[in-house]
Design a protein around this ligand. Structure first.
Ligand code: S3P
Length: 429
């Protein structure tokens, strides 16, 4: 795919799509499947740069992973069946690969070094390294273990009770995975609930997990069962087309098989509050995760205020909320979202800058932004900042901008949604 893409404004979007598999669940299926005793079959797995990074990392650690289309066979040799890799493991752009692996590698009997691309090297790792060090992990790296490359020297761990300073499913998951090996009980207490795919998958694979209020407890186990895991479509990918349909007059789009875990549906709550016509139909349950089909029709949106516990439930979709807000009546306010500054890029600054180029009225704050809906954007040359979700958010804004928008470095969409631009073309009338 070309590194630059040009998107013209669009008439109504119509049709039915099934976005690719959930990224968070795909990563976890490979890691937990590799630790299981036996063969795990994963269906509708997300084939993307980030998840293939996890596949290669687990292979380097001795797991057998066979990918055939979107079906994956993971042959796990048990909790102690991994081996020391021959080389440094490159986690590419993937924060989830890195942070979950740091937890998984801390209790192994060998040493591993992890690195990543320039964006990942800039991201904070202390948030996982600190609690794991309290459990007895030995992790060395740049900036006192805050930045990649990091070397993890496998050690015996003991359980702790850890109160997370910020809601983070990656940090929570790293601690829980390390807790599978730690003496005694490991407890994580969250400030607000974050996505619970690790807890759900562990429970599905036979690991006892105790959940009470904001506390999650796990004990050392001798084995994880293998299983068949069907990955739902990623709501974070579906969200681009929900917003596209809402803001493009005359649109009606049905998005099928989407994971609607209540800790991921913040974007739907927010968009409904803005007046979005969104219906969830055909709700069902697949291996411990709720799924449904999402029917979206174009709507007249109005501004909203977003803060507090909806933030972790919509964290990856907040750039897209800024796009929807640009086409809503009134001033939208996003607060308590400082975490956006340490994602694949600083997503507050990136969205304020890029939407600004299209003529949107965005003001940046330390922990969020305000957007005055002008409903009249004009195409411009924008950058993705090397961040897949910025590239896709700008592409959706471009559908309602006058003229053409050029996005530079657009190929980063392959991190989570290869084929994204082709789906736009399919839905255009
Ligand atoms: C993820 C957790 C979130 C999210 C990321 C995926 C996961 O990150 O932003 O895209 O799969 O656990 P944080 O844990 O940093 O909030």
């Amino acid at each position: 795919m070309s590194n630059r893409i040009i998107i013209g404004s669009s008439k109504a979007l119509k049709g039915e799509i099934t976005p690719p598999g959930d990224k968070s669940i795909s990563h976890r299926s490979l890691m937990l499947g590799s630790l299981a005793t036996g063969t795990t079959l994963v269906r509708d797995f997300l084939i993307s740069d980030d998840t293939l990074t996890t596949a290669n990392a687990m292979r380097a650690l001795g797991a057998s992973i066979e990918i055939n289309g979107t079906q994956v066979l993971v042959k796990g040799n048990g909790l102690h069946g991994l081996k020391e890799p021959d080389q440094i493991i490159d986690c590419g752009n993937s924060g989830t690969t890195t942070r979950l692996l740091i937890g998984l590698l801390s209790p192994q009997q060998f040493t591993t070094t992890l690195t990543g691309d320039k964006y990942l090297q800039a991201r904070p790792m202390k948030r996982v390294v600190s609690p794991l060090a309290q459990m007895g992990a030995k992790i060395n790296g740049n900036e006192e273990g805050n930045k990649l490359p990091l070397t993890i020297i496998g050690s015996n761990l003991k359980g702790i009770s850890y109160e997370l300073p910020v809601a983070s499913a990656q940090v929570k998951s790293a601690i829980l995975i390390a807790g599978l090996y730690a003496e005694g009980e490991t407890e994580v207490i969250e400030p607000e609930p974050s996505r619970d795919h690790t807890e759900r998958m562990l429970a599905y694979l036979g690991v006892p997990i105790k959940k009470k209020g904001h506390s999650i407890k796990i004990n050392k186990v001798s084995k994880i069962n293998p299983g068949e895991i069907i990955v739902p479509s990623d709501i974070s990918s579906a969200a681009f087309f929900i917003v596209a349909a809402l803001i493009t007059p005359g649109s009606e789009v049905l998005i099928k098989n989407v994971g609607i875990n209540p800790l991921r549906t913040g974007i739907i709550d927010i968009l409904k509050n803005m007046g979005g016509d969104i219906e969830i139909i055909n709700e069902r349950d697949v291996n411990g995760e709720p799924i449904g089909d999402i029917l979206t029709r174009s709507s007249n949106l109005h501004a909203t205020e977003i803060s507090g516990d909806v933030i972790p439930k919509a964290i990856d979709e907040l750039p897209l909320v800024a796009v929807a807000a640009s086409f809503a009546e009134g001033e939208t306010l996003i607060k308590d979202a400082k975490e956006l500054r340490v994602k694949e890029t600083d997503r507050i600054h990136a969205m304020a800058t890029e939407l600004g180029k299209l003529g949107a009225e965005v003001e940046e704050f330390e922990d969020g932004m305000s957007i005055i809906g002008t409903q009249a954007l004009t195409g411009a040359t924008c950058s993705s900042w090397g961040d897949h979700r910025i590239a896709m958010s700008i592409a959706i804004a471009a559908l309602r901008a006058k003229g053409e928008t050029e996005i530079i470095d657009a190929d980063c969409v392959s991190v989570s949604y290869p084929g994204f631009f082709e789906v736009i073309d399919e839905l255009r009338q």
